[in-house]
Design a protein around this ligand. Structure first.
Ligand SMILES: C=C(O[C@H]1C=C[C@H](C(=O)CCC(=O)O)[C@@H](C(=O)O)[C@@H]1O)C(=O)O
Length: 270
């Protein structure tokens, strides 16, 4: 199903019935990344998956400003309104987690419970944000100059994904194919508009969140383990799960454990 929001056509998939559960993928990802979990989660939830702006079957507008975190949060609110969803459980992976936290922070009345996999509230200082914006702008330019294949070749090799070399060949092939299916302009503008440095920092407002939060991290992802531990200290109602045998993409590397962790959290927290 496609929904037009703010002039952008979004691809939205829905399966199951019950309380709504909105799933937000990471950078280079898509709604398809959550497919392995739909059979189990759709038995108890109305599972809603979105291709985020610049990704998958959703439009890749030419103006980077259209990808700002504020704009994309507004898009999600518009999609929830169109679906008749007043309040939803929300799961975001990496970039999707930054978006999920942005939605929960700016529209707390729309989020029941929040799950963040390998994500962050952004960067604390202006200097860190400016440096990250420079890095992401340079990466965005390379995506548009060198093309999607050269980008994915390099992206698969970043240290953050080192543990993915242990994945079965078929899993890696599917992930690569899905990344290659994105539009260079969409990925480039996603970095420019809602990259880690471009978004607001939510570090100073974490202590105002009162909803139940689950922080999921892979034991081999040292950087995002540190971030999750720091976030947990600031959140009023947070639980943290460290998954053994996983790096950044916990849902890819330990899918059955990930599936159980999410269900346990959603069925334990009323
Ligand atoms: C490399 C860093 O940041 C990037 C890594 C992960 C984020 C992501 O969504 C990757 C999803 C995937 O390919 O599996 C991405 C983001 O949050 O936008 C970051 O750009 C880093 O060290 O922070």
């Amino acid at each position: 199903m496609d929904w037009k929001v703010g002039g952008v056509k979004y691809r939205v998939e829905e399966q199951g019935s019950g309380p709504p559960l909105l799933l937000l993928h990471g950078f280079t990802g898509g709604a398809v990344n959550w497919e392995p979990f739909v059979p189990a989660w759709s038995l108890r939830f109305r599972v809603i998956r979105v291709d985020l702006i610049g990704h998958g079957e959703t439009d890749s507008p030419g103006d980077p400003a259209r990808y700002s975190m504020e704009s994309v949060v507004a898009d999600l609110v518009g999609i929830l309104d169109s679906l008749g969803v007043k309040k939803t459980d929300l799961l975001g992976y990496s970039m999707g987690g930054r978006l999920a936290l942005s939605l929960a922070t700016t529209h707390p009345e729309r989020v029941q419970r929040l799950m963040l996999e390998s994500s962050s509230p952004g960067l604390k200082t202006r200097e860190e944000r400016e440096e990250r914006i420079r890095r992401d702008e340079a990466l965005a330019d390379r995506i548009e100059t060198d093309g999607i294949r050269a980008f994915v070749d390099a992206w698969e090799q970043i240290p953050l994904f080192a543990s993915q070399r242990f994945l079965p060949e078929e899993v890696r092939r599917k992930l690569r194919e899905q990344r290659l299916a994105n539009h260079p302009r969409g990925l480039a503008n996603s970095l420019r508009g809602m990259g880690t440095g471009a978004q607001p920092s939510w570090w100073a407002s974490l202590d105002r969140l009162t909803l139940p939060v689950l922080l999921i991290k892979g034991e081999w992802d040292a950087k995002f383990c540190r971030i999750a531990e720091e976030m947990k200290d600031k959140l009023a109602d947070a639980r943290m799960e460290t998954v053994k045998g996983a790096g950044h993409a916990v849902h890819v590397e330990q899918p059955r454990r990930f599936e159980r962790i999410v269900l346990d959290f959603l069925t334990s927290k009323i």
